[in-house]
Write a protein that binds this ligand. Structure first.
Ligand code: CP
Length: 315
């Protein structure tokens, strides 16, 4: 694997999951791979898990790591080609990506959707511009449309906790007052469509995800029906794709509660974090033994390590 921008860059998901599980057992087995190599972590948006887990994974592999918050630690970056740069962006991505590429052997980039212009967001402008100008392998640390490192960690977590060969996995929309991107939900569906699971997606009307991500999932507006017999409930809020970036409802009846979890087949609750307690999910659910949110976050280290191992092996 050279880049890790989406599932399309992965040769074998099973091998990548196994690589993550191996790293979890023996974190320093491949320390030689990253020696004298540098990883740059470039953040256009905030992060706790992605930043720390990817840094730790790179260090486990012997890499040096540099982290930069664009616009805070660096100049603001212009992404449009051919513009007169008389605004607040002092540097063009053309130079910035090329320069960072000279300092780093691998670059990770986080750049969320702006949620104003669907076509622009779904064109993945920031990743595309870095791909064009950086000339080194890139890792997606959550882009406008996808969060593949999270999805890989989710696959590892489901593999560890499943009690059936083909578990029922439900992605449910949860209420939130702010407009959030579709990236985690898109990516989760995209990866689950490649796993041996019964995938169900449930959300209020108007929250349909892009069909290319939903794939073969069964979609229902009836959350109770979706939860029947579920082995894993994956909660997430996202803003509307069809009425792009809009919050159409904050209906609290969609919140994840213990009553609902008890109506599953001893289902486990998953969420990528951060999560707003008692807005999207009750304290009771998050603090229950059925919550996997900390295990999931812990597995972010091993998903990043699996990906970086394959990239370093290709250098
Ligand atoms: N799940 C996740 O990506 O967390 P952060 O936004 O804190 O990195």
């Amino acid at each position: 694997m050279t880049d890790f921008l989406s599932i399309q860059d992965v040769t074998s998901i099973d091998s990548l999951i196994q690589e993550g599980l191996n790293a979890k057992q023996n974190p320093f087995a491949n320390q030689h791979l990253g020696q004298r190599k540098t990883m740059g972590l470039i953040f256009f948006n905030s992060s706790l898990r992605t930043r720390l887990s990817t840094q730790k994974a790179a260090q486990n592999l012997g890499m040096n790591v540099m982290v930069m918050n664009v616009g805070q630690d660096s100049w603001g970056l212009e992404m449009e080609d051919g513009v007169i740069m008389n605004g607040d962006k002092a540097e063009h991505v053309k130079e910035a990506a090329a320069v960072i590429g000279r300092y780093c052997d691998v670059i990770g980039i986080r750049a969320f959707a702006g949620l104003q212009d669907r076509e622009k967001d779904y064109s993945e402008q920031v990743l595309s511009q870095f791909k064009k100008y950086a000339d080194v392998p890139l890792v997606n640390l959550e882009s406008a449309t996808r969060h593949p490192l999270q999805s890989l960690a989710d696959c590892i977590t489901i593999e560890e906790f499943k009690t059936k060969k083909r578990p029922k996995v439900v992605l449910t929309w949860l209420p939130h007052f702010k407009a959030l991107p579709q990236a985690v939900a898109n990516s989760f569906c995209e990866w689950m469509n490649h796993r041996d699971v019964e995938l169900v997606v449930t959300h209020p009307e108007g929250y349909e995800l892009a069909p290319e991500f939903v794939g073969d999932a069964y979609v229902t507006h009836n959350q109770a029906e979706a939860f029947e017999g579920a082995d894993f409930i994956y909660g997430k809020n996202w803003s509307s794709y069809t009425q792009y970036g809009k919050v159409l409802t904050q209906d609290s009846s969609w919140m994840m509660t213990m009553d609902k979890l008890e109506r599953t087949d001893n289902g486990k609750f998953m969420h990528c974090l951060p999560v707003r307690r008692n807005m999207k999910v009750t304290d009771e659910v998050l603090d229950s033994p059925q919550s996997l949110v900390i295990e999931q976050a812990a597995n972010r280290e091993w998903s990043a390590q699996a990906v970086l191992t394959e990239i370093l092996q290709s250098l």
